[in-house]
Design a protein around this ligand. Structure first.
Ligand code: ADP
Length: 164
């Protein structure tokens, strides 16, 4: 039987992209023929980076991964997945709270759009990292350098020095 290439989408707001997200991308790229990192709107109002800036940063970080592409989207995630003709949704799991929320999300997406979700567990060292906390700690001057890629840390420092 001929092998049909499997395309997956990894959706999120990535404001900013963290070492946890990057870990999920590195694991996901081994599982699929193509992985689309789909950058959506930050649902909270206190955006750190614009959609275009987030896409630009992630594109730079994955430049050596030929099977990964980065795109922004503004519609419902499953609609974007259908437009892109992807077969599966990739999501990361950090802890039991994630499991509960992600389980509901995956069931909803399967029910409304027939799309399957595949989960990967993050590596232990990034299990507590989330973008909201990185954003809040960074805005108040905390050192988030261990939680995000160095390139993103430099961008945050620049952004904050302009604000002051
Ligand atoms: P966050 O939850 O950090 O605000 P997103 O909304 O962009 O980030 O999350 C997109 C996906 O990435 C979700 O599946 C989320 O569970 C996963 N994710 C986020 N941070 C991590 C992490 N540290 N380890 C594993 N998965 C993560």
């Amino acid at each position: 039987m001929e092998h049909k290439p499997v395309r997956a989408i990894f959706p999120g707001s990535f404001d900013p992209i963290t070492n946890g997200h990057l870990d999920v991308i590195q694991r996901g790229v081994k599982l699929f023929d193509q992985l689309i990192v789909a950058v959506g709107q930050n649902p909270t109002k206190n955006e750190l980076f614009s959609l275009d800036e987030r896409v630009e940063m992630i594109t730079e970080l994955v430049k050596d991964m030929p099977r990964v592409i980065v795109e922004s989207y503004e519609c419902l995630t499953v609609k974007f997945a259908a437009e892109k003709k992807v077969d599966v949704m990739l999501r990361g799991l950090r802890n039991l709270t994630d499991v509960q929320y992600e389980f509901q999300l995956a069931m909803t997406n399967r029910s409304v759009a027939g799309i399957e979700t595949i989960f990967v567990m993050t590596s232990e060292e990034y299990g507590f990292v989330n973008s909201t906390m990185v954003r809040e700690v960074a805005l108040l001057g905390g050192d988030v350098s261990k939680l995000i890629p160095p390139f993103v840390y430099e961008k945050i420092k620049k952004r904050l020095s302009k604000k002051q």
